[in-house]
Design a protein around this ligand. Sequence first.
Ligand code: ADP
Ligand code: ADP
Length: 226
Amino acid sequence: MGEIEIDNLTKRFGSTTAVDGLSLDIEDGEFLVLVGPSGCGKSTTLRCLAGLESESSGDIYIAGDHMNYRVPQNRDIAMVFQDYALYPHMTVRQNMRFGLEEEEGYTAEERDERVEEIGEMLGIANLLDRKPDELSGGQQQRVALGRAIVRDPEVFLMDEPLSNLDAKLRAQMRTELQRLQNRFGVTTVYVTHNQTEAMTMGDRIAVMNDGELQQVGEPLELYHAP
Ligand code: ADP
Ligand code: ADP
C-alpha cells in the first residue's frame, strides 16, 4: 500500500515560493503525472515527497505515515532523475545490486537472481557485466530504472526520466514504464513538462502553474475541458 496524501504543502526558497499550498491525494497503484512549465514547482514537490527537501509548511503522508524531513522514515521510495547517476566504476550488475544492499530478507543468491530477472525484463540482461560508459543513453536509463525497481518500492518517483533520450527511444520507454507500472502496481509520480507524455502516460494528470495546482483529472477529462 503506497497511497500518498499531500496536504497544503508549501515550500519557500528565500523570497521564492516554489510550491504554494498544494493539496493532492494519489491512490495506491496510481500513475500520476505532474505536468507544468519549467519553474512551476514540479521538482520541488517531488523532492519533498522523496524527503530530499524539507517543507516550509504542510504535511505529507505516505501509506498513512506522516513524512517528516527531520526524522528519517523507513518507507520504500525509489527515485529516478533526469541524469541517471549510475556509479561509473561499477558494472550494470553491481549498480543494480546496489539498490538491494540495504534490503533485508534476501540471500546473496536471491539478490543475484532478482538482478537477472529485472535485467531480463528491461532487455539489459546481456549488458550486466558492462560499465555505464560502455552503454548508450537509453541503455543507461534502463539500468537506472532497474536499480530503482529491483527492490520493489512502494512508491516510485520520476523526474523527467526520459528527457535525455531521442524521440524514438522516448516513445519506447514510455510504453515500457507503463507496462512496468501495470505489472507491479507501484504508486508512481511522474514529473514532466511534456504534454504528450502527460496525456499518454497518466491515469490522472495534475497540472501545476506557479507553485499551485491548477487542475487534476484523467487525460480525457482535461483534454475535453473548455
Ligand atoms: P520545475 O521542476 O517545475 O521546473 P522547480 O521545482 O525546480 O520547478 O523550481 C520551482 C521554483 O523554485 C523555481 O523558481 C526555482 O528557481 C526555485 N528553486 C528550486 N529549487 C531551489 C533551490 N534549491 N534554491 C532556490 N530556489 C529554488
Ligand atoms: P528540474 O529541471 O528537474 O526542474 P532544476 O534543474 O531546476 O531541476 O534543479 C536542479 C537542482 O538545482 C535542484 O536540486 C534544485 O533544488 C536546484 N535549484 C533549482 N533552481 C534553483 C535556484 N534558483 N537556486 C538554487 N538552486 C536551484
